[in-house]
Design a protein around this ligand. Structure first.
Ligand code: ATP
Ligand code: MG
Length: 306
């Protein structure tokens, strides 16, 4: 006899409610047994999620994404990195300086606001601009970072949100032979501060982007960061001639990896999830949280109030 799995709709609902792998892999002899099990499991998960939501409102008080951000700020400040905050609206000219024009793979992913402005798909152009200005100071090395929203049109939803939080750090003016080691030390520092359990570097050399290093997390080896170093082919457009190392992390990806989750949806900005907890916690057939009062009912209340 072949055993049945959850229906697609049941599976989606159980995933939303954070069911674990064993629960998702359950098998049933017939539809009646499956439906009974679904109802019991949904009820259990809904009450667990309600408790987690209540704990957030009474004790946690901040979603993990924002706690992670605060930990990152503290860790980078300790390393002597200054936090900066730059505009979210970016000019076409700034993107062009990153060689992101019509032929570039990222070009189709940009949200344009009008002919000359878009929502930034990355922090790098703004940080390049600051490298020029801060580079005029005598002090070396110069270290800074930004954490903030970036926007990309994406086709894959499991590991991508259309709006996500980038952490991009830059250190400029370090001795050239130290760059590789420093890039790795900074990558390790952030990965540890994020609480990643298993992760590794994956180095690549490309003609266009020079030496790059990605950080891959977990068994699924999900990319959580990409790093690069200068002198770099893009530096010329910004008239940067110094050495630098830089790393860009996705905070939601770091969180997803640290939580051992396989999809990113619940960790970003959302109205469906709060701190990874599904907000639609009505069971099937349960009354709605609130009903729109009908005209008659409202009138009746008004009359009795007057
Ligand atoms: P991918 O190949 O996974 O789409 P990428 O190489 O295009 O990512 P980068 O430009 O290297 O992304 O951006 C730096 C980091 O920002 C990535 O390593 C990832 O952690 C994060 N990131 C990029 N795009 C997204 C997205 N749409 N949603 C969530 N995080 C993202
Ligand atoms: Mg990358």
């Amino acid at each position: 006899m072949t055993l049945m799995t959850w229906t697609n709709i049941q599976m989606r609902r159980l995933r939303e409610l954070g069911a674990d792998k064993d629960a998702l892999a359950a098998r049933f002899a017939d539809p009646a047994e499956r439906n009974r099990s679904f109802q019991q499991m949904e009820k259990r998960l809904v009450s667990r999620e309600r408790e987690r939501l209540e704990a957030l409102l009474t004790e946690g008080l901040r979603p993990r994404l924002l706690k992670l951000e605060a930990r990152m700020v503290a860790a980078l400040n300790r390393e002597g990195f200054t936090q900066v905050t730059t505009p979210i609206v970016m000019s076409r000219a700034a993107l062009a300086k990153m060689s992101i024009d019509d032929g570039h793979p990222l070009a189709g992913q940009v949200y344009w606001l009008d002919r000359k402005h878009c929502l930034r798909p990355m922090l790098a152009p703004n940080l390049y601009s600051l490298m020029i200005d801060l580079g005029r100071l005598k002090t070396r090395p110069i270290r800074f970072f930004e954490i903030g929203p970036c926007f990309r049109k994406e086709s894959d939803g499991a590991h991508h949100n259309s709006e996500f939080t980038m952490l991009n750090l830059v250190e400029m003016g370090l001795p050239e032979p130290e760059r590789h080691g420093r890039l790795r030390a900074l990558g390790a520092m952030v990965a540890e501060a994020a609480g990643l359990r298993s992760w590794r570097f994956a180095a690549e050399t490309s003609e266009v982007y020079g030496d790059t290093v990605d950080i891959l997390a977990g068994d699924a080896e999900i990319e959580v960061a990409s790093g690069a170093m200068g002198p770099h082919p893009l530096d010329e457009a910004w008239r940067i001639t110094e050495t630098w190392v830089g790393l860009g992390f996705g905070l939601e990806r770091l969180l997803m990896a640290a939580e051992g989750d396989e999809s990113i949806g619940r960790w970003g900005r959302s109205l469906a999830y709060l701190d990874g907890i599904r907000l639609n916690l009505q069971g099937p057939g349960a009354p709605a949280n609130f009903a729109v009062p009908s005209g008659r009912g409202t009138q009746a209340r008004r009359r009795s109030a007057s």
